[in-house]
Design a protein around this ligand. Structure first.
Ligand SMILES: *Cc1c(COP(=O)(O)O)cnc(C)c1O
Length: 500
């Protein structure tokens, strides 16, 4: 029992336990850590709703993160979720409209789903260092399309023996997202705007983490790199929990019979959230189909339709910026698993992606993909129409990312006739993307700032302003660093030295 290991998708490492995989972030051969097999969680699905979110999380983490003691997991979950940083004791409430069920993953400190994992990751990292007897400091390098940055900064602020460096694309993120990052306090924090896209920032970060010269530089200061991106397996396992939790709620309210399948719809960028849902199914959650929703940057959803992953396309800035990503890191994990743990195939495809910007999966793999996944996309026009239409129909306000998922689900249902109850990951609060949401709802072209619109949105839709951002207009920015993608390494070098 519980003796499985995490191995690299690219094959040339020995397996490691969960603390080691989380502390390292990336495997030494630049692959991603994956479970070598999937422990099944033998929940009684009729009774799962009797567990609180925290108790469910403890049970899942104990089985899926071997190497941590039971006491360590209990402490990680109690400390991570227990400090009143979520605005509801349920953590992830489910809102239902007919056969469409939204699991609201935006009640944490930064109002996006990343909080569910990033509230735990710092504790997992500190416990992991402790359990492995690692006395080195950790430098967390993170590229963000907007939401990982603020959630990681909040989670890692003032964590001992840790520095966190966040790179965000200068354009594209919402004013609320920007303010959340630039106003975060903590003595161990570096926040830097990159004159480029998320992909530029993510590439730079991946290169630095596996660069021998950078590792040697950091070693002089007794440190090692890790990452808070969903490349870290410590992000994905906590994200399995809410799919089980939501299923329990659906059974409890009679929306599905215990054991009956649901479809899971995920607005996707780096593909971490959807992969966590797939892991949940491997652990025993009854899922019929995964529906992967993209915005106009639709390389990911096209992949599920065609079996070709092609990132040679123009990057588009959209109104769902947290999905403005061309290269989805976690596809690598899915390919590894669906090809029967074939690390040499993964290495070959990743090499092709690097050299040609695209790859084709073999026919068996394409069949396996299409038996489980459907992809679809919605552009900004459709997204905004969906926000307006859904509000008129139900009174429920969708954020732009969730609206993309909702629209893609409708199109999937029209085409397939599949009426399986659908669980949609509602990944962000509408208050994080106020001007998009407000203008989609109301025919009002006045040039009001995002921060004023928070109050307007609240008043007109009779929604309470989340206490997490109540006074955001008055927050004082603490970080104004800025660099070109080619200077990211230099920035990291200086951040490592600073304060030493
Ligand atoms: C990060 C993010 C996504 C994309 O999630 P992935 O795990 O990267 O696929 C979708 N919506 C919101 C609001 C996000 O912050």
């Amino acid at each position: 029992m519980n003796s499985f290991k995490f191995v690299s998708t690219r094959g040339d490492t020995q397996g490691v336990d969960a603390p080691q995989a989380i502390v390292q972030g990336l495997a030494p051969d630049s692959g991603l850590f994956v479970p070598e097999w999937f422990p099944s969680l033998d929940f009684d699905l009729a009774k799962i709703h009797q567990l609180s979110y925290c108790n469910l999380a403890k049970q899942i983490l104990k089985q899926w993160l071997p190497g941590y003691t039971a006491e360590a997991i209990d402490a990680v979950v109690s400390n991570g979720y227990g400090s009143g940083t979520f605005d509801t004791p349920e953590l992830a409430p489910v809102k239902s409209f007919g056969t469409r069920h939204f699991i609201e993953l935006f009640h944490g400190p930064t109002l996006a789903f990343k909080d569910l994992a990033l509230s735990l990751l710092p504790h997992l990292l500190v416990e992991g260092r402790h359990l492995k007897g690692i006395s080195k400091n950790t430098v967390i390098l993170t590229a963000t399309s907007g939401d990982t940055g603020s959630a990681a900064l909040t989670g890692f602020s003032d964590v001992s023996e840790t520095k966190i460096i966040v790179f965000y694309p200068d354009r594209g993120i919402s004013p609320v997202q920007k303010k959340q990052m630039t106003c975060q306090n903590g003595d161990n924090i570096f926040v830097c705007a990159v004159d480029g896209t998320f992909d530029d920032a993510q590439n730079a970060v991946k290169a630095i983490i596996s660069s021998p010269a950078m590792k040697a530089h950091l070693a002089e200061f007794n440190g090692t790199f890790s990452t808070a991106n969903s490349m870290n397996i410590g992000r994905l396992v906590p994200q399995m929990v809410y799919y089980f939790y939501a299923y329990g709620q659906l059974v409890h309210r009679g929306a599905v019979a215990p054991g009956a399948p649901v479809n899971i719809v995920v607005p996707s960028g780096n593909f971490g959230n959807c992969l966590a849902a797939w892991y949940a199914r491997e652990a025993g959650l009854p899922v019929n189909r995964f529906i992967v929703a993209s915005n106009a940057n639709c390389g990911l959803s096209d992949f599920f339709s065609t079996g070709t992953y092609n990132v040679n396309r123009d990057f588009q800035q959209t109104c769902s910026p947290s999905m403005d990503i061309l290269v989805s890191s976690n596809l690598e994990r899915l390919i590894y698993h669906l090809s029967g743990n074939d690390a040499s195939q993964v290495s070959r495809l990743m090499e092709e992606l690097k050299n040609n910007g695209q790859y084709n999966v073999p026919p068996e793999l394409k069949t396996a993909l299409q038996n489980n996944f459907s992809g679809g996309f919605a552009d900004d026009t459709e997204c905004c129409r969906e926000i307006g239409d859904y509000y008129k129909e139900t009174g429920y306000v969708l954020d732009p990312h969730t609206a993309v998922a909702s629209r893609v689900l409708s199109r999937y249902q029209e085409k397939s006739g599949d009426t399986t109850p659908a669980l949609i990951a509602a990944t962000a609060s509408p208050f994080k993307f106020t001007s998009t949401v407000f203008h989609a709802l109301f025919d009002d072209c006045s040039e009001t700032s995002d921060f004023e619109l928070i109050h307007e949105l609240s008043r007109r839709c009779e929604l309470e302003i989340p206490p997490q951002i109540e006074n955001i207009e008055a927050w004082h920015p603490l970080h104004s660093d800025h660099c070109h993608p080619s200077d990211v390494a230099e920035y990291v070098r200086n951040a490592i030295t600073s304060g030493e």
